[in-house]
Ligand binder design. Structure first.
Ligand SMILES: [Zn+2]
Length: 239
């Protein structure tokens, strides 16, 4: 009699094991689904938002705003953007953050007034030092209506590295699209004051011409990539 009673217990145990295994599997599946849907949600939120009227995606920019102070971030309003001014750091081998920190330290050192909206580093990283609604102290009398970009360089020639150059072209193309800056208003510090800045692109006129052409090319190519339909329309209506 005892043996008879044991048999159903074993089956019962097996069934209950099976039930718990099934329950476990279902729980794991639910958890996996939840994690996947959460990840998809985060990804969607993190996806770079494209400005509706912009043909060029915003480059990766690290915002490391300076502490507001008289010497590098006065918070005076930049009321209009008529141009973009390119500079070089004149400090071979220094990183974008080194230069950003130099501007930051001016608030204590009080030795000079200097800053820039952007600094493009040797590895192509872009550091932003203040919002674009404020003026930077980089381009003398043109501080009031321009955005300034400092570029790092590996040696004393002042020539930008490939990665710096590539990021600079993307940044300038994006900014000129955003603020409707014409090609002729992409200028060097040299064009404002005659200062040898950015050195290599003052000494080598062809290199400067090429830089501006590369910005134009970048804008054109990205427009074509994004708006093939519009382009066709334009062709048709022009007849
Ligand atoms: Zn300069």
């Amino acid at each position: 009699m005892e043996e008879k009673g044991k048999k159903p217990t074993a089956i019962e145990m097996f069934l209950s094991k099976l039930f718990f295994m099934f329950l476990g599997a279902v729980t794991v599946m639910i958890l996996v689904c939840a994690v996947l849907s959460f990840m998809a949600d985060v990804k969607e939120k993190e996806a770079p938002k494209k400005d509706v009227d912009m043909d060029i995606d915003k480059p990766n920019i690290v915002k490391e705003y300076l502490t507001p102070n008289t010497y590098s971030r006065s918070q005076r309003k930049l009321k209009q953007v008529k141009g973009i001014v390119i500079h070089y750091t004149a400090n071979p081998g220094s990183s974008a953050m080194d230069n950003r920190n130099y501007f930051e330290n001016l608030r204590k050192k009080k030795t000079t007034y200097a800053s820039s909206h952007f600094i493009v580093g040797l590895k192509g990283e872009i550091v932003q030092c203040m919002p674009l609604s404020e003026i930077a102290y980089a381009s003398n009398k043109r501080n009031i209506d321009t955005i300034s970009i400092e570029c790092c360089h590996p040696d004393s020639s002042g020539k930008f590295s490939k990665r710096t150059y590539k990021s600079l072209i993307h940044l300038v193309a994006w900014l000129s699209e955003k603020y409707h800056v014409k090609q002729e208003n992409i200028i060097r510090h040299y064009d404002v004051t005659g200062k040898m800045c950015p050195k290599y692109y003052v000494k080598h006129k062809k290199a400067w011409k090429k830089l501006k052409k590369d910005v134009k090319k970048y804008r054109r190519e990205h427009r074509e990539k994004l708006e093939p339909a519009k382009k066709e329309e334009n062709v048709q209506t022009s007849f």
